[in-house]
Design a protein around this ligand. Structure first.
Ligand code: TYM
Length: 327
């Protein structure tokens, strides 16, 4: 069975962008693949985190994985920091990564721009992400569009290692949705919808109350026209809303356009809000059940044990090939 691996940072509220771009596909892939899904807490601390908030968010993200349909009996759900092989292989791959490669990463440029002091971990972040993926010899990595460049670096590092030390790593493929790979902000369609945006109206959090979702969508920026037409260049805001609609309703973009032909933005936005609520409300209900059940820690413990068992032989092989004394 082919392997799938992905991760999400516990660095704030998960958004509808995380769900449509990545999380939604996690649950789908588990039926046909052996899956590893982690809460990447080691990545989250590459920017300052308040300890109590980090702990809370880590549990929240793990619970949202399960609430979104990942079955912890079928898939391996775990905290990145619980499998120490990630940090170890991360270091080894850092020694294989060139400064120039890391300097080119747009996520690093975005997150460091305008900052007076930037942590070294933010810079070497992509080498750790490569370790996450290569440690399990993952074939497929479901992610949103913004992680494409990190995936390319991962593939380059795998190839570099294999060339230098002999065939070791599988070269992973990104798995990026055709529609919704980059959900944009509700207040500015030139920016990605992001949990780190200080304006909460710019994103829909997966745990937003239904009425909050309705309000945010009704206030979402649109152009002054009235045509529900998918045209990312000419009508970026409406196109973003159509992408969200298509994903939440399991329809194509063309079907959504046809459904609202000649109707204007009002009815479209109203229905869109209901479509989003219909997707998120059951997830929120399951989320509350999971958090209340007290079962989360045992799922995570079990997931980490299974992940560590899969990771250890790969790490050992890497160390042997690099010339470490391995007993
Ligand atoms: P993170 O935590 O920023 O985001 C998690 C996933 O959500 C996707 N995503 C989006 N997709 C569509 N529209 C958006 N507005 C949007 N915002 C976020 C991201 O593309 C991502 O798939 N570096 C990764 C975490 C990571 C990882 C890994 C991923 C660490 N190790 C190994 C895959 C494999 C990140 O920061 O994702």
């Amino acid at each position: 069975m082919k392997r799938v691996l992905s991760g999400i940072q516990p660095s704030g509220q998960l958004t509808l962008g995380n769900y449509i771009g990545a999380l939604r596909n996690f649950g789908k892939l588990q039926h046909t693949h052996e899956c590893f899904f982690m809460v990447v807490d080691l990545h989250a601390v590459t920017v300052p985190q308040e300890p109590a908030a980090l702990k809370e968010q880590s549990e929240a993200v793990a619970a949202l994985f399960i609430a979104s349909g990942i079955d912890p009996a079928k898939s391996n759900v775990f905290m990145q920091s619980h499998v120490t092989a990630h940090a170890e292989l991360g270091w080894l791959l850092t020694t294989l990564t060139y400064m120039g490669e890391l300097e080119r990463m747009t996520q690093f440029k975005d997150k460091s721009s305008g900052k007076e002091s930037v942590g070294a971990g933010l810079f070497t972040y992509p080498s750790l992400m490569a370790a996450d993926i290569l440690l399990y010899n993952a074939d497929l990595v479901p992610v949103g569009d913004d992680q494409k460049q990190h995936l390319e670096l991962t593939r380059d590092l795998a190839h570099r290692f294999n060339t230098r030390y002999g065939q070791t790593f599988t070269i992973p493929e990104p798995y990026i949705p055709q529609v919704g790979a980059r959900i944009m902000s509700l207040d500015d369609a030139s920016k990605k919808m992001s949990k780190s945006n200080p304006n909460a109206g710019s994103y829909i959090a997966m745990l937003d109350e239904p009425d909050v979702i309705r309000k945010k969508i009704s206030r979402a920026v649109t152009d002054s026209g009235r045509e529900v037409k998918f045209d990312p260049q000419g009508k970026p805001e409406v196109s973003n809303l159509i992408s969200i609609y298509a994903q939440c309703a399991d329809m194509t973009v063309q079907e959504v356009e046809a459904m609202y032909e000649g109707q204007g933005y009002g009815p479209f936005k109203k229905d869109l809000a209901e479509r989003v609520v219909a997707v998120l409300e059951p997830i929120q209900q399951r989320y509350r059940d999971i958090r209340g059940s007290g079962e989360l820690h045992s799922f995570l413990r079990q997931g980490a044990e299974r992940a560590a068992a899969a990771a250890q032989p790969v790490l050992r092989q890497v160390k042997e090939k690099m010339g470490f004394l391995v007993f």
